[in-house]
Design a protein around this ligand. Structure first.
Ligand code: ADP
Length: 203
């Protein structure tokens, strides 16, 4: 199974993606985590990405794609992936699509959108900040990340809806209920597209 998560910052992508990875035996690839790892390790790529991440801007496409695409290709050959935080704009989506070519293992099965209202997103990110979380969870940077999402990432929902891949789940419910909602819709996708895998529901 190959799954993308497209949702605003604070919507719970990371939490839910971890659970999807476990259930479907696929790899969780989070572009933000990969970038923060590069920053912490002080790599050249991390140094090039640092200012963008701290401002809440998108990191240039070529840097992110270098981190994500090869890993996604490998994961796709080993059962699949859930990509969290990538693609985040139309160019990234098209580059990813171009790369998949005609290879069936690489085809996307579903794009998951977690719908959460703006006030709730802000509240969650500020709560994460006061719990000692990320340096980009400050009020001004949070607002900027939400604007970047609206301008650059949200338009991807139509792109994937037009391709018949978009599944929207209410992300404001309690965490376990969101997970159940996702399992419900994605179990259906798996049964339709990968019937052999669905015969092993223990995962
Ligand atoms: P969130 O979605 O909660 O804001 P992430 O952990 O997904 O957080 O991303 C943190 C930051 O990493 C983003 O604000 C951005 O600077 C950078 N980033 C992550 N994924 C991408 C991407 N696909 N393209 C460009 N920048 C990205």
């Amino acid at each position: 199974m190959n799954i993308l998560m497209v949702a605003p910052p604070g919507a719970g992508k990371g939490t839910q993606a971890t659970r999807l990875a476990e259930r479907y035996g696929i790899e969780h690839l989070a572009s933000g985590d990969l970038l923060r790892h590069e920053l912490a390790a002080g790599t050249t790529l991390g140094a090039a990405a640092k200012d963008y991440v701290e401002r809440g801007d998108l990191v240039p496409d070529d840097l992110v794609m270098r981190l994500v695409l090869d890993r996604a290709l490998v994961a796709a050959k080993h059962g699949g992936y859930v990509l969290d935080g990538f693609p985040r704009n139309r160019q990234q989506a098209e580059a990813a699509y171009a790369m998949t070519g005609q290879d069936e293992d690489l085809t996307l099965d579903a794009v998951v959108h977690l719908a959460v209202a703006r006030d709730e997103l802000r509240r969650r990110m500020l709560a994460r900040a006061s719990a000692g979380g990320r340096s980009d969870d400050q009020a001004a940077v949070i607002d900027h990340r939400l604007e970047v999402y609206d301008c650059q990432t949200e338009p991807l929902l139509d792109y994937y809806r037009d391709r018949g891949l978009l599944l929207t789940v209410d992300g404001e419910r309690p965490i376990d209920e969101v997970t159940e909602g996702l399992f419900d819709v994605l179990d259906g996708v798996r049964a339709a597209r990968h019937p052999a895998d669905s015969r092993h529901p223990a995962r």
